[in-house]
Design a protein around this ligand. Structure first.
Ligand code: ASP
Length: 343
């Protein structure tokens, strides 16, 4: 009896050890960054800041890349998009909440230390990603919200900024004027919002990431999405990989989507498989009738993955998605995998 038990035990432990694992590629010798499709400038900037050749040429007085952490590189990358008034999904020019007020969410995470920082529903600060980095670096907390986050940013020297651009105000006003279905106006197509996520890996294997957004357009004031929630909109762990999400934040929160994607990579899946498997999980867990259209999710989520060996991939629930990447082959958009093909 005892020997059978021992044999069973041995077989069981062998099964654990021998679980099929996807073999890891040779670690990339150059920096790699992955981002949402609006993140070409972000991946270029992040990789520039982590380029060993560039770092070697820097003098002590240089301001370029003084901070060599991937989390910092990711923040600098997304800051370019936060500062772009034409991108209506983040920072300056982001679409406002239903009261016409721009409220921003962002988080950062560092794969080496396991630390993270975030701000949610912050107003009048153009670079919430940088404030999130300060929360991580300069406090013992992870998440600051609303007025407290604003005061914290001001204490750290961030400027008070009007973030509602004329273009965003006009879009909001058009939405507001067409709110009622009891009049003769034909409502415009609903603006969805958007987000940028950026995941970066340095040649030494250290990883960091950042997700930043103005959230869903015309949201209920103080609604917080997945972007500032560690594990939902972003998760980074040097021992497995990094993941970020865009799309319907509520679905990413309810499914701990980024954390799940990183755990899938830890189990041995490729970055692409991990992203797709996470989308499939969200599909399987979406059961409320109001969220379904002919039995399938009536919304989209995109998951972006960068494995700790520098390989990458992305997937979305609905086809047509792309992701930005910068690796040995340069900066470009790559197609994302999908669960359902749009008809
Ligand atoms: N994930 C963002 C949020 O829910 C929005 C988006 O990516 O479109 O706030």
């Amino acid at each position: 009896m005892t020997s059978i038990r021992r044999r069973d035990l041995l077989a069981a432990s062998a099964a654990v050890v021998l679980l099929p694992r996807v073999s890891r590629a040779e670690p990339a010798p150059i920096p790699v960054a992955v981002s949402s499709a609006n993140g070409i400038p972000a991946v270029k900037r992040a990789c520039e800041l982590l380029d060993p050749a560039l770092l070697a040429t820097q003098t002590r007085t240089s301001t370029v890349g003084r901070d060599h952490r991937p989390v910092h590189a990711a923040v600098q990358g997304v800051s370019l998009v936060e500062n772009d008034p034409k991108d209506m999904s983040v920072g300056l020019g982001g679409l406002p909440n239903e009261n016409g007020v721009v409220q921003l969410d962002a988080c950062v995470m560092e794969g080496t230390t396991g630390l993270g920082g975030a701000v949610a529903a912050i107003e009048n600060i153009q670079n919430p990603s940088q404030v999130a980095l300060r929360v991580m670096d300069r406090t013992d907390h992870v998440l600051l919200v609303g007025k407290g986050a604003y005061r914290f940013a001001r204490a750290h020297g961030f400027r008070h900024a009007e973030l509602l651009t004329e273009a965003a105000r006009k879009r909001w006003l058009r939405w507001k004027e067409n709110l009622s279905d009891k009049d003769d106006w034909i409502p415009p197509e609903r603006d969805k919002g958007g987000t940028i996520t950026c995941l970066a890996r340095a040649p030494n294997g250290h990883m960091g990431g950042c997700t930043t957004t103005s959230g869903l357009a015309y949201k209920i004031p103080s609604r917080v999405g997945d972007s500032p929630i560690i594990g939902a909109g972003l998760y980074v762990d040097d021992t497995a990989g990094a993941a970020g999400c865009t799309g319907r934040g509520e679905a990413c929160i309810l499914n701990c989507a980024s954390f799940l994607a990183v755990e899938f990579m830890r189990q041995g899946r490729t970055a692409m498989q991990a992203a797709l498997e996470t989308c499939r999980r969200i599909v399987a867990r979406t059961k409320a009738k109001r969220l379904l259209n002919a039995g399938r999710p009536a919304f989209n989520v995109k998951v972006y993955c960068l494995r700790n060996d520098g390989t990458h991939g992305a997937a979305s629930i609905w086809s047509g998605g792309k992701y930005a990447v910068r690796d040995a082959k340069g900066a470009r958009l790559e197609p994302a995998q999908f669960v359902f093909k749009r008809s």
